[in-house]
Write a protein that binds this ligand. Structure first.
Ligand code: SF4
Length: 94
């Protein structure tokens, strides 16, 4: 792949032991990003298996200073890409 755009942080993706429930807030964010169809999270190119794996992932977000479910991070406007277990984050204030 060619070079990346600017990003400020490389945030290592961590794992919960079990998949987590998607909070109402995260669901709303995903919905606003067009990633919810008929009340279910449905992300283009992401299989149910992958989605389940994503539900047990989180990132220690350096902008919000808290643990953020990967799915929420994925829909964040600072999310640039996911590379080798890391999120490339633009790091703008939210
Ligand atoms: S993309 Fe958003 S949620 Fe993810 S680490 Fe960056 S600021 Fe936090």
């Amino acid at each position: 792949m060619s070079g990346s755009d600017s990003f400020k942080y490389e945030v290592e993706i961590q794992k919960f032991e079990k998949p987590q429930r998607i909070s109402r807030e995260t669901k709303k964010i995903l919905d606003d990003a067009g990633m919810v169809i008929n009340g279910k999270v449905n992300i283009k190119g992401v299989s149910v298996k992958m989605l389940n794996r994503m539900k047990s992932e989180y990132v220690p977000c350096p902008v919000l200073n808290e643990e953020v479910m990967f799915l929420k991070c994925f829909a964040c406007r600072n999310f640039q890409s996911r590379v080798r277990g890391k999120v490339l984050c633009k790091g703008d204030p939210l």
